[in-house]
Design a protein around this ligand. Structure first.
Ligand code: ZN
Length: 301
């Protein structure tokens, strides 16, 4: 199961006991997944059978109206909206829209009505419904990305404002005809999951984040150690080259005994770290460094 479907099935296991929250969740679902068709019919579309059943129950519980669920088999499992709840009687549709605060002077406006979402519990429920109706999230192993899409610009602005109530800054970008409200940061995505009630998914996200961070730290350390090793090997090679140069010019014999033993030892152990050569000679690290610098300088002359 994808991370997104895991979240959705977790959300669908939440029991909305309070009437206010059931209505708010339905409002989120209708705003993000609903449409009014010619003739005043209301249709709520979703790609997920369980979400369709949830929408059906919410409509029934809040308004005592039974919609009809239909399946479009050709779209099932292909990411399209394979399921729909139909409320065909215009009177019923009107009752639902008006009850959800989606009517403004007899016209439908998919906007968040302030009166409906006064309590924090209801704002969370609305966002949960919104996620069920128009939300998706990328597998955090790949990328941190959570979004809500809607063609309704006003609704996108209202949703951003709702998140602002929770101290979250949602960004909005236009993608073709859609407004995409999104989060790109693992901390913010975690906050969104907690707000909508997906606490198990939140824990999973945090685990993935810790794993990724540990993996990055290990990689960084390995890269760093490899780089240091490469540098040490490069240095040893140029020391050998310098000493061979002195040898060719016949200058090794004229060196002080200290420099000579250092040069001979380097030629004998061309790949040994300088610190090891120092240990063999019973001199300090700075002592061997000093001698080697002197040899390099002589070779340059
Ligand atoms: Zn509530």
């Amino acid at each position: 199961m994808s991370f997104a479907s895991e979240i959705k099935s977790e959300l669908l296991r939440i029991e909305t006991k309070k009437k206010c929250c059931a209505r708010a969740e339905l409002c989120g679902l209708v705003c993000f997944g609903g449409a009014v068709l010619p003739g005043g019919k209301l249709r709520i579309s979703t790609e997920n059978a369980a979400t369709a059943r949830r929408g059906f129950s919410l409509v029934k519980d809040c308004f005592g109206i039974s919609g009809e669920i239909t399946t479009n088999n050709s779209r099932a499992g292909k990411g399209g909206n394979a399921y729909a709840i139909h409320i065909d009687a215009p009177g019923d549709a009107l009752q639902i829209l008006s009850g959800l605060g989606l009517l403004e002077r007899h016209t439908v406006a998919f906007r968040v009505q302030s009166g409906l979402l006064d309590s924090s519990c209801c704002r969370r429920a609305f966002l949960r419904g919104a996620f069920l109706g128009g939300g998706s999230v990328t597998n955090p192993e790949k990328e941190y990305h959570l979004e809500f899409t809607t063609p309704r610009a006003g609704l996108a602005a209202d949703t951003v404002a709702l998140f602002a109530d929770f101290d979250l800054t949602a960004r909005v970008v236009q993608r073709k005809a859609s407004q995409v409200i999104y989060f790109k940061n693992s901390t913010e995505i975690g906050d969104v999951l907690n707000i909508i009630g997906a606490h198990t998914a939140y824990m999973e996200l945090m685990n993935v984040r810790i794993l990724k961070e540990t993996r990055n730290q290990v990689n960084r350390r390995v890269n760093c150690e490899t780089a240091n090793l490469d540098k040490a090997v490069d240095a040893a090679q140029s020391q050998v080259a310098a000493i061979r140069h002195l040898q060719k010019k016949g200058k090794l014999e004229g060196l002080s005994p200290a420099l000579r033993e250092t040069a001979e030892l380097r030629l004998a152990y061309p790949e040994a770290p300088l610190s090891e050569l120092g240990e063999m000679l019973h001199i300090s690290k700075s002592g061997i460094n000093h001698r080697m610098r002197k040899l390099m300088a002589l070779a340059k002359e």
